[in-house]
Write a protein that binds this ligand. Structure first.
Ligand code: BGC
Length: 764
């Protein structure tokens, strides 16, 4: 492995699903898992192609009620390129006697390559070589080049090049009791001698997707015009053809595919466009060249280099892998789309392609590279502001209450029940009570502005979202006479292990410290923002959303008097009553279960609940130290009339780190960050783990269902911002570098408010 290539030298069926996710190719418009082109979904392989923002809703009756889920739809499989020797069985990698195997993800050029040398039952040795791409420069294009070489035999090879619309959403075992057929076929056709066509439509959202595939055949460098047999089955179309091969000779097949949808811009009808794109397209070799140029341009903006003192370090490779997948999920093409950034990439079906608060971990890296992408992703939120207003109204509140999980139109898409695979039970899912997602959006707006000083965005879109979010917090907060302070009741903080008080009938917790502090911060920033707007725009906006002085006075009051629970010696309580919970037997459970990252599932299966214990899934209170510098937080606590001492941060870190299972991949990112100065060794250790979350499938089975973009981008940003001590505050870019001892040096180019900065940091 070099720093630009991920290499696998063996075929390991049980690793295949993970590799498919890690070898996914995409361009921000669509993505295709790195599945074998010779396989259908069969338990080992799972071909999946997903459109950014390609959702569909289906209803299922489950656990006695009808629930509706919005899924990221698995689109027709364009990879299909099967072959067989003479009349033998179709080649399947898992059945072959493999003599040599090599799979390479070439991140610099955006290519996936595979070489398999195998022997069949009749002693024939064959070499299969493949290269594929999903084009970063031309977002509608993908290509697959397949070469079959007869090593010790002569005979006939039959190929089938197809477009398979029979696919369903079957990538996540936990969802298998739910309805999964999202597509109906509208049309299959042979456009010309070389080109087949498939058009489908999602059965609820009526999104049309057209794929056209042009297949060309070459032998000895010459193009072959062969007779092709059209295979037209229900939801499937393919061409079959045979090629005679003599010993030592090879045949090369180029399959170039165009994918268009009814949502594209500059489009007449998606079928027409797909046919046109594929017919106009150049050959595979030229596509490879333009692909590598497109990636070269991207890497110039996004790459980082670092030197570690580790022997045979793969850290830079993993860093590149994470940047690679981030850019395949949200690329320059995102700027022209109405999509958010999905927590699991467009790489699989986990969390259904939904958008969570994970943006908070993803945007900072983008902000200092290509903030225009962040702007587009914030516009995804702006377009759903009305839906957030409606959600707040439905709960009896004012302002904008953004959903915990967001998909097509910004409706709350969190599940109402979820399956615990440990117990087989369907459990009520209260995660939607994580109202802090709205604060994250406000934070993201402010960070984007800090990085860009984009007043137009702020004035036309950002401010309106900020004010409506502030308004929501103001309406959600209530004054508690006995405390003499405002409180927020009935919510959940980021730690998903706590969704209610032990034995309580109704879910929800009071005074999540993280939520309350974020709410106070939003109100403070919203008031400051009023002064940033021009007089005209301020008047106009206040008029539009009917924002008056009385309301602003209340914002001010809450921003001074929000309640923050404490217990013991300066420890910020995760929520009111946290201190009454029992200590958890970490040692005993580790001994009994080994991996206890998903303690919630383990306890539920034992008819218990983490709600009874001081045990967190992920960083919660510590999020405050992740998002704000000590100076900022000190000022905020002072404003609220609470002590914030030098010791507050280390004390709270020490308290909570012992009580966290890291059941979310986001958790290590936060812990690595907050320890960056006080414990450089542990910070680097956690950063290394966070960087490798997907590469090593740290949760033991979740990465095959989709990468964890928050952990990928968050861990990159530990290097970009935590170890360099970059902070954007008050229109100033601050640096306070402090590299972990294992990091020798770091080089990167960032952009800040129109300036380009080339940065070199060394341990000295
Ligand atoms: C975490 C959330 C996160 C979500 C999506 C959950 O496991 O607890 O904080 O937003 O995954 O990544």
């Amino acid at each position: 492995m070099d720093s630009w290539t991920l290499v696998y030298n063996e075929f390991e069926p049980e690793q295949e699903a993970l590799r498919e996710a890690l070898c996914t190719l995409g361009n921000g418009y669509f993505a295709t898992r790195g599945a074998s082109a010779q396989a259908d979904a069969d338990g080992t392989h799972y071909p999946g192609t997903y459109l950014a923002g390609g959702y569909n809703r289906l209803k299922t009756e489950i656990a006695g009620r009808v629930i509706e889920n919005e899924d990221l739809v698995n689109l027709p499989n364009w990879l299909v390129l099967k072959f067989r020797l003479d009349d033998g069985p179709w080649f399947a990698v898992k059945d072959a006697k493999i003599l040599k195997y090599r799979q390479e993800l070439r991140m610099k050029e955006g290519l996936l390559a595979r070489e398999i040398r195998f022997r069949d039952g009749q002693g024939r040795v064959t070499v299969l070589r493949e290269r594929r791409l999903v084009h970063m420069g031309s977002p509608h294009l993908a290509g697959l080049e397949t070469t079959v070489m007869a090593d010790n035999w002569s005979g006939r090879v039959e190929f089938e090049s197809g477009l398979d619309g029979r696919v369903i959403n079957d990538g996540v075992a936990r969802y298998r009791e739910l309805k999964s057929r999202h597509l109906e076929t509208l049309e299959t056709d042979e456009i010309d001698h070389d080109t087949i066509f498939l058009k489908v439509q999602t059965n609820q959202s009526e999104l049309r997707i057209a794929q056209a595939a042009r297949t060309a055949v070459f032998k000895n460098g010459e193009s072959l015009r062969l007779d092709r047999l059209l295979v037209q089955e229900e939801d499937y179309i393919a061409q079959r053809f045979t090629v005679d091969l003599s010993k030592g000779r090879a045949v090369r097949i180029e399959k170039i595919v165009a994918l268009h949808t009814s949502r594209d811009h500059a489009s007449s009808e998606c079928g027409l466009e797909a046919g046109k794109t594929v017919q106009r397209c150049q050959n595979f070799k030229k596509l490879v060249k333009s692909q590598s140029h497109a990636w070269r341009r991207l890497w110039r903006r996004f790459a980082m280099t670092l030197k570690t003192k580790e022997k045979n370090s793969d850290t830079l490779t993993i860093l590149n892998l994470n940047i690679f997948h981030l850019l395949q999920s949200t690329s320059l093409h995102t700027m022209d789309l109405d999509v958010g950034v999905p927590s699991r990439g467009w790489h699989g079906e986990a969390y259904r392609g939904h958008i969570f608060w994970d943006e908070l971990f993803i945007f900072p890296f983008l902000n200092l590279r290509v903030p225009e992408i962040t702007r587009a992703l914030l516009m995804y939120r702006y377009r759903r502001l009305d839906e957030a207003r409606a959600a707040a109204r439905e709960e009896g509140h004012r302002g904008a209450m953004y959903p915990w999980q967001s998909g097509s139109n910004g409706r709350e898409e969190s599940q109402k029940v979820h399956l615990n695979p440990e117990s087989g039970r369907w459990i009520r899912d209260n995660s939607r009570l994580q109202r802090h997602v709205s604060a994250a959006i406000a934070y993201n707006i402010c960070q984007y502005y800090q990085a860009t000083e984009d007043r137009e965005f702020l004035s036309f879109y950002g401010a309106e979202m900020m004010f409506e979010i502030a308004r929501f917090w103001s309406s959600k907060a209530s004054y508690n006479e006995s405390l003499g302070r405002y409180e927020i009741r009935g919510v959940m903080g980021p730690d998903e292990y706590h969704d209610s008080y032990p034995n309580a009938e109704e879910p929800g917790l009071d005074n999540s410290a993280y939520t309350n502090v974020m709410a106070a911060w939003v109100l403070t920033e919203a008031l400051k923002l009023l002064d940033l707007l021009s007089e005209d725009r301020r008047r106009e906006l206040c008029d539009t959303i009917d924002l008056g002085e009385d309301e602003m006075d209340r914002w001010k009051d809450i921003s001074l008097k929000m309640y923050v629970p404490f217990h013991g010696n300066g420890i910020i309580s995760q929520f009111s009553g946290y201190d009454d919970l029992k200590e958890f037997d970490w040692k005993g459970y580790r001994e009994k279960y080994g991996d206890i990252q998903r303690l919630d599932r383990i306890l539920e299966a034992e008819n218990d609940t983490p709600n009874r214990y001081k045990a967190s899934k992920q960083a919660d209170v510590l999020m405050l130290f992740y998002l704000f510098s000590a100076e900022e937080l000190g000022a905020l606590f002072k404003q609220l009339g609470y002590p914030f001492e030098y010791e507050t941060i280390p004390k709270n870190i020490e308290y909570y780190i012992q009580r966290t299972s890291h059941g979310s991949t986001l958790s290590r990112v936060v812990h690595a960050w907050v320890l960056a100065r006080s414990d450089r060794e542990q910070s680097w250790d956690l950063c290394r783990q966070a960087l490798r979350s997907d590469y090593t499938d740290i949760q033991g089975g979740t990465t095959p269902e989709g990468i964890h973009l928050g952990a990928m981008a968050g861990s990159i940003n530990i290097i970009q911002e935590a170890y360099t001590g970059i902070e954007q505050r008050g229109g100033v870019l601050w640096f306070n570098p402090c590299l972990p001892r294992e990091l020798e040096s770091l080089h990167m180019v960032i952009h800040y408010r129109g300036h380009t900065l080339e940065i070199d940091v060394t341990g000295e």
